[in-house]
Write a protein that binds this ligand. Sequence first.
Ligand code: NAP
Length: 232
Amino acid sequence: MAAGEVVVVGGTSGLGLRLAQTFAGRGTKVLITGRDAARTEQVASEIGGDTRAAALDLAEPAGIGDALADVGEVAHVVLAAIERDSNSVREFDLAGALRLATLKLVGYTEVLHALCERMHDDSSVLLFGGLAKDRPYPGSTTVTSVNGAVTTMVRTFAIELAPVRVNAIHPGIVGDTPYWEGNDAMLDAVKARTPTGRLVKTEDVVGASLFLLENPAVNGVNLPLDGGWIMM
Ligand SMILES: NC(=O)c1ccc[n+]([C@@H]2O[C@H](COP(=O)([O-])OP(=O)(O)OC[C@H]3O[C@@H](n4cnc5c(N)ncnc54)[C@H](OP(=O)(O)O)[C@@H]3O)[C@@H](O)[C@H]2O)c1
């Protein structure tokens, strides 16, 4: 285990929350972030162990450095936050597009800018993209664009932050995440189109994330995690 704290940006819900719980359960010091201070504190106390909270909005990146000012040595940074945006070229919502593009492109980068001097040779970074980059759907224009950009961000970060390792995970649809709750028709359709005959689960994403964060030879990788859905 690399020395220092694990910072999970977007750690109040879904995949980020489960990763924060996993590290906290191992006795690791964890910092989770969300947008609202009281809610993030509440989630951190529910996670328990040595978990603390910071509030920041990645779509307002000027405040990120101050929000992370008291972080010490950093073992791993997980960038899992998403503010979903339903958008198309024909009916383009400029405000939503600007927030999501800022969040993933500028916000993710600013977090690493703020923390890079506190990382060390064994530190690593994990970005979350998604397979909307390869399989667009109606309304995915901004999501597809930013998740496509994650693939290139990984490469430039891995070079610029070396020897810190930087990887990304690109899930398909993770069936047991809060976002998909109650959307059974969609989940059934994805399952039917997945060669493994099962939906990707949060625990699958956690296993792959730990591999990307902790294996010292894995660097500059964009890992799809979809049970083969993208091939069908
Ligand atoms: N779930 C899936 O099926 C799936 C599929 C493909 C890719 N992904 C990717 O996996 C990652 C995690 O997805 P998820 O479904 O687990 O997410 P989620 O449950 O929707 O959680 C999103 C997290 O992002 C935080 N957040 C939202 N807007 C933010 C902002 N403006 N600034 C900072 N933090 C913000 C939220 O915190 P607060 O609400 O507390 O502020 C929350 O912790 C995302 O990057 C997503 O694109 C997920």
